[in-house]
Design a protein around this ligand. Sequence first.
Ligand SMILES: Nc1ncnc2c1ncn2[C@@H]1O[C@H](COP(=O)(O)OP(=O)(O)OP(=O)(O)O)[C@@H](O)[C@H]1O
Ligand SMILES: [Mg+2]
Length: 367
Amino acid sequence: MNDVIIVADGYTAEVLEANERLRDIFGYAPEKAGQLTLTDISSGTSPYTGNALKKYLFEAQKAPQIVEWQARHANGSFFWTEITMRHTMLGEQERVLLIIRDISARKKAEEQLVNMRNQQSISMLSSGIAHDLANSLTGITSSVSFLKPMMIKSPQPDCATVNEYLEIIGDSASHLNDLVKQLSMLSRNEEIVFSSVDLIKVCDHAVKLCRKTFYNQITIKWEAPGSPAPTYGNKTQLEQVLLNLCINAAHAMTTMRDKNETQGGDLSLAIRKTENKESVKLAHALIPWEPYWEITVSDTGVGIDDSTRRQIFDPYFTTKKGLGGTGLGLSMVQSIIIKHAGFLNVESAPGKGSTFHVYLPVCLDTK
Ligand SMILES: Nc1ncnc2c1ncn2[C@@H]1O[C@H](COP(=O)(O)OP(=O)(O)OP(=O)(O)O)[C@@H](O)[C@H]1O
Ligand SMILES: [Mg+2]
């Protein structure tokens, strides 16, 4: 028998008897058990106080109780136990039987597992940010590669065009700056800051970057609605979402096509408020209906077959291994959307293109 067995008075919480294991586990001689109360063997730190254990003891007279309890050794050290309490009759006397198991080893293993999971999610997040750093750097390097030959060819290049490329470089650099801030927050384990964000500005940012950096065989269709689309979130992260979806769409219409196929197609962005849409209600059957912004990103690319579709949100799943794909884009998109209390889905047919629908809560406070 490895467990400590104690007979206690269910009303006063006095220890009446204990087996030999009381010495090994708690450091008290069993013959001295009568001098102890449950307060002596509880750590005393909230909520593991003698009074709290007394309440369980009282309940145990009606129905058996099992609790994980922080206990105190005679030498003052704390350790984890699992205590099973049940009512028993000893002769004429009503008593509570406590079976106490030392679970320190199990608790330690659980803690290690939680730490490992945290480490894994931090490294997932930071590799996601590194992935987005690469996207923004592409915005800068491709603008420079457009500008350079233009400046060499003509001593007086068209100022408006130069200005547009400079704006992209400026925007990408400030996005990079935000990402670097996120990385340092992550390493300090700080929360990403949320505020009211206009989703139209987020789409504008992505469209501007795509228009300047995508091949011109890709036609980008985007008509910004006249009034703002406010949600509560982090602008940089939401920009990451849109950029990742647009870049995937561009790949589906270019690099993912066979070499002998015509390259290019249409990339369309739209945003609207969902009006009690059935698909939204189904996806959110468990929570009360609320209005969402629905952002759609559609392409006329290669499309996605059913077996691929089941895996596209898995981290590191990619069909672009030879093309430098990491497979982190969509898993990052999904985790950002979930953090924003939203959800997303995809409709696609091989050869016909794909449409990603992103739903984000409408922020009622538009201040
Ligand atoms: N619009 C799309 N059309 C067709 N397939 C797509 C589309 N978007 C995603 N996919 C598929 O989903 C896979 C996973 O996408 P994800 O963005 O996570 O990674 P990736 O694009 O392969 O790599 P990276 O994002 O690092 O460039 C892609 O490899 C591709 O097969
Ligand atoms: Mg991608």
